[in-house]
Write a protein that binds this ligand. Structure first.
Ligand code: ADP
Ligand code: ASP
Ligand code: MG
Length: 424
């Protein structure tokens, strides 16, 4: 007997037929004698629709509008998960499985006050555990919790993954299975590169990089929580026959295990390629080269909640002026330019240049720590395809390259094959 948390994403609960299929996956584990908690997303497309409604409501509009109320955004967008949790509980009951739905506030899942992008602070798992021990399946609405103001708070897009891992940690589950529309984590997004290979295991650190560099298969925060709380997390498919052989395997279920480095027997140098679309580049030309300038640029951007990435500063030629380039999400470009313009006198630059519609392609692998020449290989592969590089940043286990958006998919496929990741 084990305790298992099963999470089903939007496409897995997209309609009543799929919800019924999910119920069969859950029943399989219950029939095997396991204690089960389930976390569900909203039906696919639902959250986008709800976000669209909020954004098109007069006076609420965008997050930087003075009328915008993030608490009401949360009240609206959290509703998608309320629907699917109830529907799945009904589907389970119709299969003879004892089940009930739980909203975030009922457990409660306590979060901080950052409405729209809240972080889970604490989950009281006692009641869930008691009910599970009594044989009742807990069907938990993902993506939502209760803020310190006693109002619904949502966890940021893709947040049901984080709900699932956090609940798994809180109820001390033996395993957390993230069921989605692919049968595991691949060397890159299989929708972009059909030659992508499924990985049997991925190290936490690599999965963190992949998620934060654009692979939306798992929300970044869920990987952080799995790593910190040592939650045994698998990514697997909900589209397979729930009763196919091996689906109920307790130790080696089909899919990809996210795990510690020690569990990997043969480590490749490069594990995967991630990419993030809709990046924009900002360059400040002939900037004063003196202490405090970077703080004067990035402080106000941070205060405006603009996520800055890939910062590159040139070495000054004459010791007095330099250039600074960095990227922001395209959606934040106008806001960022406005903030910078207000800082112009303080920062002392000549001109701002910007470009949107760029793509950041990243090569990830912990094997890079001990191998030289990995970056050079990427540069020559891209050069051979005539792809121009606009900016480069590296860390111990990743190389990120900024290029024109038109070449994004070509770059992903080029790098995928350059590092020998293509399916044989
Ligand atoms: P869910 O609704 O189940 O949460 P998501 O759409 O959030 O599903 O995540 C699954 C998707 O992630 C896949 O359909 C796939 O296109 C995408 N994806 C991106 N990178 C990868 C990768 N490296 N491996 C697997 N899937 C990936
Ligand atoms: N439904 C939410 C979203 O679309 C949360 C999730 O699916 O994980 O972002
Ligand atoms: Mg998701």
């Amino acid at each position: 007997m084990a305790r298992i948390v099963m999470k089903f994403g939007g496409t897995s609960v997209a309609d009543l037929e799929r919800i019924h299929n999910v119920a069969r996956h859950v029943k399989r584990e219950v029939d095997a004698g396991h204690e089960v908690a389930v976390v569900v997303s909203a039906m696919s497309g639902k959250t986008n629709e709800l976000v669209g409604w909020v954004q098109n409501t007069p006076k609420v509009a965008k997050a930087d509008s003075p009328f915008y109320d993030a608490r009401e955004y949360d009240a609206v967008v959290a509703s998608g998960e309320q629907v699917t949790s109830g529907l799945l509980a009904i589907a389970l009951q119709s299969l003879g499985v004892n089940a009930r739905s739980w909203q975030g506030w009922q457990i409660p899942i306590r979060t901080d006050n950052a409405h729209g992008a809240a972080r889970i602070l604490d989950i009281d798992g006692a009641e869930l555990i008691r009910r599970m021990q009594d044989g009742q399946v807990a069907v938990v609405a993902g993506f939502q919790g209760l803020g310190p103001d006693n109002r619904i708070a949502t966890l940021g897009r893709g947040g049901s993954d984080t709900s699932a891992v956090a609940i798994a940690a809180a109820v001390k589950a033996d395993r957390c299975d993230i069921y989605t529309d692919v049968d595991g984590v691949y060397t890159t997004d299989p929708r972009i590169e059909p030659k992508a290979r499924r990985l049997k295991k991925v190290v936490f650190e690599e999965m963190l990089e992949m998620a934060s560099l654009g692979s939306k298969v798992l929300q970044v925060r869920s990987v952080e929580l799995a790593m910190v709380h040592k939650v045994r997390t698998f990514v697997r498919s909900s589209f397979e026959d729930p009763d196919a052989p091996g689906m109920g395997d307790l130790l080696n279920p089909p899919g990809t295990l996210i795990c510690d480095e020690e569990e990997i027997v043969e480590q490749e140098v490069v594990t995967g390629i991630a990419f993030a679309k809709d990046e924009a580049q900002i360059s400040l030309r002939r900037l004063a080269d003196r202490p405090g300038v970077s703080a004067a640029i990035f402080g106000p951007l941070a205060e405006a909640h603009i996520n800055v990435d890939m910062i590159v500063q040139n070495i000054s030629e004459d010791g007095s002026r330099t250039d600074m380039t960095f990227t922001v999400p395209t959606g934040d470009l106008d806001k960022a330019l406005k903030v910078l313009d207000e800082q112009k006198d303080k920062v002392g630059f000549d001109v701002i240049q910007s470009e949107s519609g760029l793509v950041k392609v990243s090569v990830i692998g912990i094997g890079m720590r001990s191998h030289a020449g990995v970056a050079a290989q990427a540069f020559s592969a891209l050069a051979a395809k005539g792809i121009n590089i606009k900016a480069i940043t590296t860390s111990e286990i990743k190389i990120s390259i900024l290029i024109d958006g038109a070449y994004g998919e070509l770059a992903v496929r080029t790098l995928h094959s350059a590092y020998g990741l293509d399916k044989k």
